[in-house]
Ligand binder design. Sequence first.
Ligand code: NAP
Ligand code: 8YV
Length: 319
Amino acid sequence: MTTNILTIGTFFPSVISDLSKEFEIVECPERSDIEKLSANQCEHIEGLATFGWAPKDLIEKFPRLKLISSFGVGYDGVDADFAASKEIIVTHTPNVLNDDVANTAIMLILATMRRLIVQDKYLRDGRWVKEGNAPLTTSIRGKKVGIVGLGRIGEAIAEKLSVFQCETVYHSRNKKEGVPYTYYGNLVEMAKECDLLIAITPGGPATNKLINRDVIEALGPQGTLINVARGTVVDETEMVNALQDRRLGAAGLDVFEDEPNVPEELFSMENVVLTPHVASATWETRQAMSDLVVANLVSYFSKGKVETPVPECANLTGA
Ligand code: NAP
Ligand code: 8YV
C-alpha cells in the first residue's frame, strides 16, 4: 500500500513532485485546511512535511504517524519530546543554511553599525546635495563580539567575523572544546565587556527572554544587539524601551516575538535595521532545505533510516 504524506504549508514545487514519485500526497497549504481532512485521511497519514510546526494536538490527529520532516533547523514549534515519546521521529534541516544565516548576521551588523538604510535615505532625500556629507558611523573593525549560542551557525558567524579582526567570545550552557574563543558562563558579564551581542540559540522555553533587561543594560548605550535566533530569545518590550531611551545603542533584527507583527515603535528608529525573518531565504539555501525535507522522508520509508534527526529522537530506531 502507498504511504500517505501530509504537507502543511506551501513547499517548492520540487518537493511535491519529488514526494509524489514515492508517496501519496495530501496537501494542506494552510493550517486551517487540516480541519477539512476526513477521519479516513487522518487515519492513513504516516509522514508529515511541515514548516517548523507540529504541536502535540496536531501529532495526536494521526495515529499511524512515524516521521515529522520539518523545514528549518529550529524546531521550537514542533513538540519533539511528545513525538519521541510516541516513537515518532522528528527531522530538521541543519547545516545547509549555516552560511546564509551567518551572512545575514554579518549583513545586519554592517547595516546597523554603518547605518546603511539611513545613509541610503539621506542620499535619496537629496540631503547630500542640500546639507553635505552624512554623519559618521561606527566601524566593526576590532570590536569585541559576544555570540550567544556557539553552535553550527554561531561558529560560522565567528569564522566570518575574523575577517574584521574582531575579538570573538561566546556564551552557551556548555563550554565548547577545540574553539579559539573565550567562553563566558555568565551572559551579563559577557555583555558588559562586548560592543556587539549576536543571539543565535534555539527558541523555546530554555532560552525564553535569555536576553533580558540585565543583559541589555550590560550591553549599554554604545552596544549593538543582533538577533537572528528567535524573537522569544530577547525580551522585546525591554529591548524596545531601551532603544527608545538610548540605554541600548542599536539593534539589527531578523526575528520577532509575534511574527509577522513587529512593534511599530521600531519603524521610526534610525538605530535599528529590520528584516522579515529572511536569514536563510535565498533560492539556493531554501532548495537545499527542501531537498533535505524530501531526503528524510524518502530515506526513512525506503531504508528505515533518516538523515538529520533532532537530538530528542536520536535514540529511536531509524534515527
Ligand atoms: P545548534 O548547532 O544546536 O546551536 C545552538 C547553540 O545554542 C549551542 O551552542 C547551544 O549550546 C546554545 N544554547 C542552547 N540553549 C541555550 C541556552 N538555554 N542558553 C545558552 N545557550 C544555549 O543550532 P544552529 O544550527 O546553530 O541554529 C541555532 C538557531 O538559530 C536555530 O535553532 C534557530 O532558532 C535559529 N535560526 C534562525 C534562522 C533565521 O531565519 N533567522 C535561520 C536558522 C536558524 P549549549 O547546548 O551548550 O547551551
Ligand atoms: C526558516 C529558520 O526560514 O531554520 C530556521 O530555524 O528560522 C529559517 O531558516 C524557517 O524555519 C521557515 O519555516
